[in-house]
Write a protein that binds this ligand. Structure first.
Ligand code: ADP
Ligand code: ASP
Ligand code: MG
Length: 426
């Protein structure tokens, strides 16, 4: 008998019919003798609907307590789906109980809309499991030290599930979603993308941080830190497939780097359309200029991603960086205002229609020339690279958003990701 955590995403919970399907799948695992904890997302579209209502009432999204109320609102989506799943399980003859974030409790910090989990009390869950129940823990939410409801950022139910698995020392955490595993890139953009049988934590961490939303980045961080065996698999297979077969399906996120995995130079391609570029033009090229620009942006609580400073000409230089698209206008206004005059910049311009495309692979460590292959492939397609950023196991480029799909497809071909290999194929 093992202790297993299942997580079901929004599409998997998208209708009463699908919830019934989830209930049948969970009941099957329960009847196979496992202790089951289930973390559901809100029904698909529900979180967007709720956040949309708030924006209708407060287009400027302002108010001292706005973030608090937004979380109280958004958390209801998961609360409803959890109760519905418990009802469905009980209808299937399985004893089940749902707990909200504050009933567990899942303790977080107070960063509304992007709270971090600090601890999870396991007593109530364990007691219910001992009583033979299937336990449903509401995803995406927690409670802060002052008793306010918090949420964990978009896609946060993945993190709830892995954190619960870590707290309970579960044998495995299975993330059920609308694709049957982690692919070499988003299969909705590149139909030739292939499912990976295994992917290393390091690569998954990069893929998630660079835009592959199949797992929220913090869920991968948790899984790595607490060594939670993690698997991504489909909730759209027939619910009654055999438990042993299902337990081996999908993609395993693994701590071990096997030899074959190292042979693949590039394992996956990630992309992110959520960024925007800002350029401060004609600033005096002198010490402290980067700090002056980025310090002002950081003080406004905006995270900066890729940064580039051009060669100086006549003592002046251009400085560009990317921010999340939600922070674009705020950052532009800020720099156009007082900072530009203080900096002596000629102009501040921006472009919200950019995207970042990245190649990821632990094999890049031991292979040279991978980045130049990437640049050549993009240039063959006539795609201009605006910015570049590299680390040991990834290279990212910022390009015009309209070339995103072309770039991803070209790179997918260039690095032979369309072809089955021993390391990646199933
Ligand atoms: P859920 O609601 O189950 O959490 P998400 O929509 O958050 O599902 O994540 C699953 C989606 O992630 C897939 O439908 C797919 O379009 C997208 N995705 C992006 N990159 C990848 C990838 N490398 N492999 C698989 N899916 C990916
Ligand atoms: N319902 C939340 C969202 O849409 C959390 C999740 O689905 O993981 O972002
Ligand atoms: Mg998700």
């Amino acid at each position: 008998m093992a202790l297993i955590v299942h997580k079901y995403g929004g599409t998997s919970m998208g209708s009463t019919e699908r919830i019934l399907n989830v209930a049948k799948r969970v009941a099957k695992w329960h009847r196979a003798g496992h202790k089951m904890v289930v973390v559901p997302s809100a029904m698909s579209g529900e979180t967007n609907r709720l956040l949309g209502l708030a924006k209708e009432l407060s287009p400027a999204q302002k108010g001292a307590g706005y973030g608090r109320e937004l979380d109280a609102l958004a958390a209801t989506g998961e609360q409803a789906s959890s109760a519905l799943l418990s009802i469905a399980l009980q209808a299937e003859g399985v004893d089940a109980i749902s707990f909200t974030g504050w009933q567990v409790p899942v303790r977080t910090n107070s960063s509304f809309t992007k709270a971090r989990i600090e601890s999870i009390e396991d007593a109530r869950i364990h007691a219910a499991l001992e009583a033979g129940k299937v336990v449903i823990v509401t995803g995406f939410q927690g409670i802060d030290p002052d008793g306010h409801i918090t949420t964990l950022g978009r896609g946060g139910s993945d993190t709830s599930a892995v954190a619960v698995a870590a707290a309970l020392k579960a044998d495995e955490c299975l993330i059920f979603t609308d694709v049957d595993g982690v692919y070499t890139t988003d299969p909705r953009v590149v139909p030739e993308a292939r499912r990976m049988e295994r992917v290393s934590f390091e690569e998954m961490l990069e893929m998630a941080s660079l835009g592959s939303k199949v797992l929220q980045i913090r869920s991968v961080e948790f899984a790595g830190k607490y060594k939670v065996p993690l698997r991504v698999l489909s909730s759209f297979t027939p619910w009654d497939i055999d438990v042993e077969t299902e337990a081996k399906s999908g993609t395993l996120i693994t701590l071990e780097e096997s030899e074959e995995m190292e042979q693949a130079v590039v394992s996956g391609i990630a992309f992110n359309r959520d960024e925007a570029k800002i350029s401060v033009l004609g600033v005096p090229d002198k010490p402290g200029i980067a700090f002056q620009i980025l310090g002002a942006v950081a003080a406004a609580n905006v995270e900066v991603d890729v940064i580039i400073q051009n060669l100086s000409k006549d003592g002046k230089t251009d400085f560009s960086f990317t921010v999340h698209r939600n922070d674009y206008q705020k950052s532009l206004d800020l720099l156009k205002g007082e900072v530009a005059s203080e900096l002596g910049a000629a102009d501040v311009v921006g472009d919200p229609r950019i995207c970042k495309v990245s190649i990821v692979g632990i094999g890049m460590r031991s292979h040279v020339g991978v980045a130049s292959r990437m640049f050549k492939s993009l240039s063959d397609e006539g795609i201009n690279i605006q910015m570049i950023s590299t680390s040991e196991i990834k290279t990212s480029v910022v390009i015009d958003e309209k070339y995103m799909e072309l770039a991803v497809r070209a790179l997918h071909r260039e690095f032979d990701l369309d072809q089955p290999t021993d390391s990646l194929s199933s």
